[in-house]
Design a protein. Structure first.
Lengths: 63, 211
């Protein structure tokens, strides 16, 4: 399940998504696929472990 | 909540069945060195949700209402302003997405996605907190002049819509999540002896998801 999405402030083709699988995925609209996955953000050891999901992703603007 | 820095507009605080969002103007006064916040408009609640517009939607709503009382509500789960601050996009829990003109509040585009399906019954979410983020979100492309709206619905499905042409970029929604199936786990305490851990009976149900 994906909880949070955000669009890159510098490149509107890129979307970041995070959710239950503890990974942040970067989706590129031009290629229609996930171009990068960042894993190992949280450890997930047990069911119902609240640390095991990503509830919020947010791009920072690069000036 | 969303903010458009170009026009200094903040959209926030939806009140179900009454106000889609409150529109605030945020300005900075160089003389006083303070920010000022002014309420510009209470955007009138637009008829959301497909459940009272078509039979299929109503059936879905009815089933969900029986299964989980939380589905009686249909709040706004996503709100975003486009980069120029001309259009606002909202999406509700049932996946109805409305695009409206910020100046006139007139709805210019309406799209329906079935955001809720029977396989959303994942009790861990409800046992922890009632997350609105589970359902549907919408975000504008940050490329200026590109009228594209990214729509996440059905928990992990992604579509990109051109709101001017009223077309979708992909024929099929893209799955952001690799988890194709979910487990429904019910844990029941069957005994609780003094000074010992309770013995739990776990019942695991396998719920295949729609693809």
């Amino acid at each position: 399940m994906t909880y949070s999405i955000d669009i890159c402030q510098n490149n509107g083709n890129l979307l970041a998504a995070g959710g239950d699988d503890s990974e942040i995925k970067i989706f590129d609209k031009r290629e229609s696929k996930i171009v990068k996955t960042f894993g190992g953000i949280h450890d997930r050891e047990l069911f119902f472990n609240d640390l095991g999901f990503i509830s919020f992703v947010w791009w920072l603007r690069k000036n | 909540m969303t903010y458009n820095s170009r026009r200094g507009l903040l959209g926030a605080i939806s009140v179900q069945d009454k106000i889609t969002y409150h529109l605030f103007s945020i300005g900075y006064s160089g003389k006083t060195g303070n920010y000022s916040v002014k309420l510009l408009r209470k955007s009138k609640w637009q008829k959301q949700g497909g459940y009272d517009d078509n039979e299929e939607g109503f059936s879905l709503f009815f089933k969900c209402k029986i299964i989980c009382p939380l589905h009686e509500d249909n709040p706004i789960t996503g709100l975003d302003f486009n980069p120029t601050g001309e259009f606002a996009a909202t999406i509700d829990k049932f996946g109805t997405c409305l695009v409206s003109d910020m100046n006139t509040a007139r709805t210019t585009c309406r799209m329906n996605f079935n955001s809720i399906s029977i396989n959303l019954l994942t009790p861990p979410s409800y046992s922890r907190t009632y997350y609105l983020d589970d359902f549907a979100r919408c975000k504008w492309s940050t490329n200026i002049g590109e009228p594209l709206l990214f729509i996440k619905y059905g928990h992990c499905r992604l579509l990109v819509s051109d709101v001017e042409k009223k077309t979708l970029l992909f024929n099929q929604p893209f799955r952001l999540d690799n988890i194709g199936n979910c487990l429904l786990i019910i844990m029941v305490s069957i005994s609780r002896p003094v000074n010992s851990f309770p013995v739990l009976l776990s019942l695991i149900l396998y719920l295949p998801t729609q693809r």
